[in-house]
Design a binder for this molecule. Sequence first.
Ligand SMILES: C[S@@+](CC[C@H](N)C(=O)[O-])C[C@H]1O[C@@H](n2cnc3c(N)ncnc32)[C@H](O)[C@@H]1O
Length: 271
Amino acid sequence: MNVNKTNPYDVEYHIAEIYDKYETQLHDVKFILELIKKSQCKKILEPFCGTGRILLPIAEKGLKITGIDGSEVMLNQLHKKLKLKPANVGEMVKIIKADLTKYFWPRDYDLIILGGNCLFELSSLEEQELILRKAYNSLNSGGYIFIDNDNIENELPDTWCNLGVENESFPTGVCNDGTVLKGYSKTTYVDKKNKIWRARKRIEVYQNNHLLNEYEWEIQKHPIGYSEIVSIIEKLNLSVINVWNGTQNREKYTSNSNRATFWLQKNNNFS
Ligand SMILES: C[S@@+](CC[C@H](N)C(=O)[O-])C[C@H]1O[C@@H](n2cnc3c(N)ncnc32)[C@H](O)[C@@H]1O
């Protein structure tokens, strides 16, 4: 079902370092920690955990968390960061390397975190529904799902539809060993109405100002919106406890919101 053959985070091993240099935001982590405290979740699963931006601060609070991710490069970086933490933090963490669309997810969790725009990693609405169904199946009755994404409703905005123009994009930056990565993205296909977007991605790797390597691959995305998430939730035995807009400050979700953060609860079997 997944048309993306390559995990884009595994194309070059410096990508995880660039990711950590630029993705340093903590507002969502703080918000998740507040929700965990209020709901008293004890056993947590974070699919798409990457280098542990969300996972590590949760483990540091003494909470048990399992992270699953398909990228060896991202998970190596997470293992490196974990080694620098006190042993009691490591004891809270279990890490699994797997393609989440194919893997049978472990069960019996109080909270599943689908944070950091991770549904945008997937190539179609079918795949996004599959992930939400797997999250639902991994949850105890009364448990919670946190979903936090940009909100692209109705159709792809014009900013996604600039066909044939190559722009600089992630992963671009300078690594600690002096290696320079230059990432580019060129939109190759757009289905505005069905919100299918494809691009040719490219990375140039430089050392001492010399081009050392170049990699190219294709990706497809389906930028999901509020209504599509609600339509999947309606097929599952989940209640919407809250939906917010915003990143720095969370406000009530409205139809103009450019972010949609869901807090869902799995109903008891008898409800
Ligand atoms: C943007 S990173 C997010 C990392 C982390 N959640 C955060 O907020 O910083 C997305 C991660 O999803 C992982 N990923 C994407 N598709 C995947 C799949 N089908 N199975 C497993 N992991 C996947 C990538 O390897 C990457 O580490």
